[in-house]
Design a protein around this ligand. Structure first.
Ligand SMILES: Cc1cc2nc3c(=O)[nH]c(=O)nc-3n(C[C@H](O)[C@H](O)[C@H](O)COP(=O)(O)OP(=O)(O)OC[C@H]3O[C@@H](n4cnc5c(N)ncnc54)[C@H](O)[C@@H]3O)c2cc1C
Length: 144
C-alpha cells in the first residue's frame, strides 16, 4: 500500500493479494478497494480494475473458484524470497533476516523492541476459514 500511495503503481500479483486480503480475509466489500485503487492507480482503468477486483473477490464473474485465497505470507516467501521488496517499502523490517522478514509477528520481543511494528489485524488462517464458510453459505440465486 505504501508503494501504491508513493508511486501510483503496484505489480499485478500485489493487486491480487491486496484484493483477496480485503475482500476475503477481512470480508470487506470489494467495491471499497476498487474505489481506493481507482483513486490512486496511475493506470486506473474502470474495466481492468473492476474486473481485477471481481476476479480476486470471486463474485462469480470469472472462472476463479471462491476457495482461491492467496496467503500474503506465502506469496511473499515465494515471490520476494530475499525480502528485497519488503525491505524497500517497510524499512522497519529491514534488519530482520530473510526468513523472519516475512513473519514479523513470530519474531517476538526482538521485533517489537526494535521496531514497534503494528500487530497483525487479522489471523490469516482463521479468517480464511471464515471466508470459505461465508462463501459456502451464500443464499442461492433464484434465476427464475
Ligand atoms: C485488483 C486488480 C486491479 C487492477 N486494476 C487495474 C487498472 O486499474 N488498470 C489496469 O490497466 N490494470 C489493472 N489491473 C491489471 C494489472 O495489474 C495491470 O494491467 C498490470 O499490473 C500492468 O503492469 P505492466 O504495465 O507492467 O504490464 P505487464 O505486467 O508487463 O503486462 C503486460 C501487458 O498485459 C496487461 N496485463 C497484465 N496483467 C493483467 C491483468 N491481470 N489483467 C489485464 N491485463 C493485464 C498489461 O496491461 C500490459 O498491457 C488490475 C489487476 C488487479 C488484480
Amino acid at each position: 500500500m505504501r508503494q501504491l500511495l508513493a508511486t501510483g503503481w503496484m505489480h499485478n500479483r500485489l493487486r491480487m493479494i491486496v484484493a483477496m486480503f480485503l475482500s476475503k480475509n477481512l470480508l470487506i466489500d470489494w467495491r471499497e478497494g476498487e474505489r481506493f485503487f481507482m483513486q490512486h492507480l496511475i493506470d486506473g482503468d474502470l474495466a481492468a480494475n473492476n474486473g481485477g477486483w471481481q476476479w480476486s473477490a470471486s463474485t462469480g464473474t470469472d472462472a476463479a473458484p471462491y476457495f482461491r485465497i492467496f496467503n500474503p505470507v506465502s506469496q511473499s516467501q515465494r515471490f520476494d524470497s530475499k525480502g528485497t521488496f519488503l525491505r524497500h517499502w517497510l524499512p522497519e523490517r529491514a534488519k530482520l533476516d530473510n526468513k523472519s522478514i516475512h513473519l514479523p509477528h513470530n519474531c517476538g520481543e526482538l521485533f517489537f523492541a526494535v521496531d514497534n511494528y503494528p500487530s497483525a489485524i487479522v489471523d490469516l488462517g482463521r479468517s480464511r476459514f471464515r471466508a470459505l464458510d461465508a462463501f459456502k453459505h451464500l443464499p442461492k440465486r433464484n434465476d427464475t
